[in-house]
Design a protein around this ligand. Sequence first.
Ligand code: PFF
Length: 460
Amino acid sequence: MSEQVAERSDMWSNSFIFVLAAAGSAVGLGNIWKFPYIAGENGGGAFVLVYLICIAVIGIPVMASEIMLGKLGRASPIQALLNLARTHKRSTGWSCVGYMGVLTGFLILSFYAVVAGWVCYYILRLFSGEFSGADASTVGEAFGDFLADPLQVLLWFSVFMVVTIFFVARGVTRGLELCVRYSMPAVFVLLLILIGYGIHAGGFVESMAFLFTPDFSALTPQAILIALGHAFFTLSLGMGAIMAYGAYVPDEVSVGTTTFTIAILDTVLALLAGVAIFAIVFANGLAPDAGPGLLFETVPVAFGNLPGGAFFGGLFFLLVALAALTSAISISEPAIAYFSERGKLSRAQIAVVIGGACWVLGVGSVLSFNAWADVKLPFFDWTFFDSLDKITQLILLPLGGLLIAVIVGHVLPKHVVYEQLGLEQTQIQQVWTYIVGYVTPTAVFCVFIIEAIREILTHM
Ligand code: PFF
């Protein structure tokens, strides 16, 4: 067992704390900011259905695999995969999945923190009462004006980055647990208040119909890839974040129970956020496909028109910022754990170096909404921000997840996997192997191929 883990073996003292930490990683901007806007851009119901299928068929097996690999390898994802390969006499080349995860985390954090910066600014904006009684067009303009100002966006991105570096440098334990324990139920309650607004203002029924009535004519192959990529993103899978947390799980923790708990919590929160936001959209005659600004153009309208809205609105964005922080901490964990194991630099030094490099890369995403709005990746027409978002979500996370499923389904000895998962009956063992070894990798592979063909055809 590596020194690093021995030193921090008390990290999650029981399974409840691990579930809190992993749920803190999973629940974040992906649920409250991203899920609603991509569901809106991709036509609603059918997209939501595909997303739910991806969570069940792909996300859950990959999450169980990641927790298990962490538990078995007891180190950073790179080192855990190396340890396992050596123990079971397999190729150490599989550790490339760990390296890819470190790179993916670095790319994700750079743009994730930019959006988290928007959220931080909105805490103040709502508390100040700026949106009291405001209508949708005023709120929309206010968001547009903010994004158009690179210095403002840079400032708030930097604030979030500094806070993240501070917590990462101190190590993830108590603070994280406390934060998730209280903020997650509070987010839940505030989403219910927003839904209450929707019922009162009249957008609730339309919102439910939009999200839960599948219209398959609106479903494109690209939407399927987006739903798949989002299943990985929202559950923090495919880059080793959950694997890194799994390295500190006590032996007796059940992989199956924790996996289901985390996946259900995450999905319920995303669906609630979706219902709340689309209720505001429809109650105010807004466009569901407004894109990344959707959260910021809708929620302030609702709170602006509710009694005590300035306080509750500010609190809402504060809780979203905390959810983003607990996710950001986990995004950096595979890299931080790996470099800590090397032993050359302290955790604080590593946090500053990695955070600093992320900040530099993040400036590109800050400028994507203003000075560089017209700088696009040839062929795809993606801004810098879009490029990082899409390359990680549509390629790197699903590819990482596919390889993790292959490692657990085909590379590790079966008896080791069954023992870790506590699978005793032969039939259940067969079902597990069939799903993780065949269904999950094949599904990801097929979606990749279909989308690749579509891209080639559209650019011919
Ligand atoms: N799951 C987080 C969210 O939904 O906001 C984002 C995330 C965290 C992605 C950790 C990837 C990761 F490894």
